[in-house]
Design a protein around this ligand. Structure first.
Ligand SMILES: C[S@@+](CC[C@H](N)C(=O)[O-])C[C@H]1O[C@@H](n2cnc3c(N)ncnc32)[C@H](O)[C@@H]1O
Length: 284
């Protein structure tokens, strides 16, 4: 499903005649985007995803609350980057199914001229991409069907080159995606490759699963995902900090997502209730 003819799947606001492409959704096996959607209370999932979601919820008590903490981290991070750091361009890989507020809605509320390229490798996200293309007239959104582990296909895509100006800062957003990739060296190399052409002042924003504070539920959740055929790896703080090599990690560092610039909702979380680390870092 990944790769293919990028241009034919390039979808931008106002593109005449765009319709969801015909794809094989493989509805008989669980997919991470749909399991996440089911646990968050969404409707874009199938019986195999719901069964996997139920097993995960039983094995990982509190998973829905933790996922909400991650989603809220994404929204706070996006708002702060747009409103306080002046970032106007976002490359969001591992977008997931449209869930309000989507990243472009958050950043365009603060800065309507913002441009966002969304990337995911799941065909169900591609089918629902229209809901991600509701850009303001001043800004632009684009969707690319591609795989994180193939950074060249992302960097060379028409969607990226026609939407983002790489001479200006870009925020690379990797929210709740790298825990699906077991190989840490691969993750680091892909991040290095994606950050390399970005201008000084660009940002890496990342969140990923950790078992540092809630070892039992997270071990249960990791086992449940793996039993359903979805790779999942929990990582400690030092390993997560390693994903930001060569970058300046900004305050408050790599912390549980609810501890990152908390709003009222995040402040109500205990440290054993959000199972993810999050941080942002600036390219010198
Ligand atoms: C848990 S969802 C996170 C969605 C959103 N970023 C959020 O945090 O709310 C993970 C998303 O990453 C996507 N994904 C997983 N592995 C990927 C890969 N190798 N390349 C691109 N997308 C991937 C899945 O399809 C899914 O939509």
């Amino acid at each position: 499903m990944t790769g293919g003819d990028d241009t034919s799947w390039g979808v931008s606001l106002g593109a005449p005649g765009w319709a969801p492409p015909s794809v094989d959704l493989k509805t008989d096996v669980p997919h991470s985007a749909r399991v996440y959607d089911y646990i968050l209370g969404g409707k874009d999932n199938f019986p195999a995803d719901r069964a996997a979601g139920e097993i995960t919820a039983k094995s990982m008590p509190g998973v829905a609350r933790s996922m909400r903490a991650n989603r809220n981290f994404m929204a706070r991070m996006a708002h702060i980057l747009a409103a306080e750091h002046g970032i106007r361009q976002f490359l969001d890989i591992g977008t997931g199914l449209p869930t309000e507020p989507n990243l472009h809605e958050v950043v365009q509320k603060a800065a309507p001229e913002s441009r966002i390229v969304y990337v995911d490798n799941d065909p169900i996200v591609l089918v629902h991409a229209r809901a991600l293309l509701t850009s303001t007239p001043e800004g632009r959104t684009a969707y690319l069907d591609a795989d994180f582990t193939d950074p060249e296909s992302i960097l060379k895509s028409e969607q990226l080159t026609s939407t983002l100006d790489l001479s200006q800062p870009v925020a690379l957003s990797l929210i709740a995606i790298v825990h699906f990739i077991p190989d840490e060296t691969l993750i680091q190399n892909v991040i290095d490759r994606l950050m390399a052409p970005l201008a000084s002042g660009s940002i890496l924003a990342l969140s990923t699963v950790t078992a540092d504070y809630a070892p039992e539920p997270v071990a249960g959740g990791v086992a449940a995902y793996r039993a359903n055929g979805i790779s999942m790896t929990a990582r400690d703080r030092t390993t997560v900090e390693g994903f930001f090599r060569g970058l300046e990690i900004l305050e408050p560092g790599v912390v549980l997502v609810h501890r990152w610039h908390p709003d009222e909702d995040a402040a109500g979380y205990g440290d054993n209730e959000s199972f993810m680390y999050g941080a942002i870092a600036r390219k010198p």
